[in-house]
Design a protein around this ligand. Structure first.
Ligand code: NAP
Length: 408
């Protein structure tokens, strides 16, 4: 069976990996320019394809039949060739969003839901939400409801982001500030890279429900795989793939006092998890073109901290890294957002009398107990997990692995 994904720019797609975990067919990326769309659909021998940006509407003209859902949505994201060679268009995003909403645990019946953006995903989300009894308001940059008159909708209970705002690499952006919605219960963001967009981080800061689009991506792929193969796949597969991909994509970030073992533990952890290890201090040295003691003595700590934030901003956007950070990075609250957007932050604790001090300008000049007293609350605030690193390194690694399994 030959299946795949049709779209224009596909190099960052997660779909091949998801489909490999779903079923046993070949899954290719069919990057196609608009001028070649017709010829691709008429001349390519495929069993089934997924369709993504920008062709979900354009492919309708080439389908012989549409499923009722695709017809209603006016968009096709799955095409299957039947045994007579006819192309049938389906919309499995509807199912994907439906299950994402279920996964969030939010109830939308009779509640006001703001759907941001007016493209294809917005139409799908709006259809699902309406069917479940929500009062939906589409917020569009140019529509009657737009980002300048959101004060009309401060009674919104749920926000669904169906825009690309906040997506990698422009992770600093958020489509709106949720502080004007006092009755908000949760946020669904269809973006899945980064895992915690700025919008979702706002929800987390208020202890609201928040979910990214990875669940939807996997669920719609599962339904497509069922259509490609003509066999049903157990729903539990969605969760299995979701957990696996989340683990693979997320960064693990080690924080803690200078000399507490972040680099040693990080290197071994990376080797075991087959992830790439990055030492943030080494990146700063490379950026500055001089050693850390030299940066401190020539330009002072504040200059160093600026470089550090610059480096963490770059690393925090990436996926699947093990990042060892400098001991003082927690002193800047903005570094939390940068590190947390795609990662789990682990505080490595080691007794002060066991900390290495060589080559560490702050540790050499300040009493370690004073430094710890200044930073302890920050470490606490940044950390998702706290792990003791007073015994041997293998014990520490084992503790980290166990703790990570528990939070999944
Ligand atoms: P689309 O058809 O291009 O629509 C995106 C909409 O976002 C536009 O219609 C526009 O609405 C709004 N928008 C675009 N740029 C914006 C900006 N700079 N500021 C504010 N609004 C902006 O794309 P789509 O297919 O609906 O996809 C939208 C997002 O959902 C993408 O990030 C996509 O990756 C994601 N998605 C995820 C899944 C999943 O499975 N997780 C599935 C489908 C889509 P206005 O012009 O009305 O403002």
């Amino acid at each position: 069976m030959r299946c795949g994904l049709l779209g224009r720019k596909l190099s960052h797609s997660y779909s091949p990996q998801i489909h490999r975990l779903l079923a046993d067919y070949s899954y290719e990326l069919f990057e196609t320019e608009p001028a070649n769309l017709k010829s691709f659909l008429e001349n390519t021998d495929f069993t089934g394809i997924n369709v993504t940006i920008p062709y979900k509407k354009d492919v309708i003209a080439f389908c012989d039949t549409l499923s009722p859902c695709a017809q209603n949505m006016g968009a096709v994201n799955t095409i299957v060739r039947d045994n007579k060679g006819k192309l049938i268009g389906y919309n499995t995003d509807y199912y994907g969003f439906h299950t994402m909403l279920q996964k969030s645990g939010l109830s939308v019946d009779t509640k006001k839901v703001l759907v941001l953006g007016s493209g294809g995903a917005s139409a799908t989300a709006t259809a699902v939400l309406r069917e479940l009894g929500a009062k939906t308001v589409v917020v569009s940059r140019t529509g009657e409801n737009n980002y300048t008159n959101l004060s009309k909708h401060t009674d919104a209970a749920v926000i669904v982001n169906c825009t690309p705002v906040g997506m990698y690499p422009d992770v600093e952006n958020s489509p709106l500030d949720i502080s004007i919605f006092p009755r908000l219960e949760g946020v669904l963001d269809l973006i899945y890279n980064p895992a915690n967009t700025r919008l979702l981080q706002q929800a987390e800061n208020r202890n609201l429900v928040g979910i990214n689009g990875l669940w939807m991506l996997i669920a719609q792929a599962k339904r497509s795989a069922e259509l490609f193969t003509g066999t049903q796949i157990d729903d539990s597969v969605i969760n299995t793939i979701y957990t696996r991909m989340q683990n693979q994509m997320k960064n693990l970030i080690l924080i803690g006092m200078p000399g507490c073992g972040k680099t040693t533990v990080g290197r071994i952890l990376a080797q075991k998890a087959k992830k790439t290890f990055v030492d943030a201090d080494a990146e700063i040295v490379q950026l500055a073109g001089m050693s850390i003691p030299d940066i401190f003595s020539k330009y002072g700590e504040s200059y160093f901290r600026n470089l550090e934030t610059q480096v963490l901003s770059k690393l925090g956007k990436e996926s699947g890294l093990i990042i060892s950070t400098g001991g003082g990075c927690v002193a800047r609250p903005e570094n939390y957002t940068l590190l947390h957007q795609n990662g789990t932050i682990i505080w490595l604790q080691r007794d002060l009398d066991k900390l290495a001090t060589e080559g560490r300008p702050i540790s050499a000049n300040v009493e370690l107990s004073h430094l710890y007293a200044q930073r302890q609350a920050y470490y606490q605030k940044f950390s998702d997990l706290i792990v003791d690193n007073n015994k041997d390194v293998q014990t520490t690694i084992h503790q980290i692995e166990t703790a990570l399994e528990e939070i999944e």
